[in-house]
Design a binder for this molecule. Structure first.
Ligand SMILES: [Zn+2]
Length: 175
């Protein structure tokens, strides 16, 4: 599988996650992709979301078969504690995508128009929130997740990714 296609599938995965769980779920999915396997606490510290919110999102994604988990038993004194490690199920995305294809394409085209029409601000760290100008002002040009300064995004790469993704999904429809 080509690098570009692999990248498109990873991106498609986060899009589907976003449709199901919203923007915060996208942050969780991107953290899972980077960490490959992670506990709720690890995802929480990576995304800046509260553990309780992370847990809610994980259950939602698990219900839709977008993630899976491994249970580890750990002895703590005379008690046995369970630790859940969550993993993304990116491979299944193409099957899932078929069901959501039209919705995803519509969302992606809206996103493309939105990105083209707005100046966007970002701290540069993957998975952190991308802000429009007004939001950046509200946050005093600091990332709401990590507090680092926000920079105006070079949109070219982002637009290229979105276009590749739209084409990938359109081509699958034709097959
Ligand atoms: Zn940040």
């Amino acid at each position: 599988m080509s690098e570009e296609r692999l990248d498109a599938i990873g991106h498609l995965y986060t899009q589907i996650v976003g449709l199901i769980g919203g923007d915060e779920a996208i942050e969780v999915a991107e953290a899972l992709i980077q960490l490959k396997k992670a506990s709720e606490e690890q995802i929480s510290s990576k995304t800046g979301l509260r553990v309780g919110d992370v847990r809610k999102i994980l259950f939602k994604l698990y219900e839709k078969a977008l993630i899976t988990y491994e249970e580890l038993k750990k002895e703590e004194g005379d008690k046995i504690k369970s630790i859940f490690l969550w993993m993304p199920l990116i491979d299944q995305v193409e099957g899932i995508a078929a069901n959501y294809r039209r919705m995803i394409l519509q969302k992606l085209r809206e996103k493309l128009a939105f990105v083209e029409a707005n100046e966007l601000y970002h701290c540069g760290k993957e998975g952190h929130k991308i802000l429009v100008f007004d939001e950046a002002v509200e946050n005093l040009f600091k990332c709401p997740v990590c507090g680092e300064p926000l920079f105006r995004m070079d949109k070219e790469e982002y637009l290229r990714k979105l276009n590749t993704l739209i084409k990938t999904i359109e081509n699958e429809e034709k097959e």
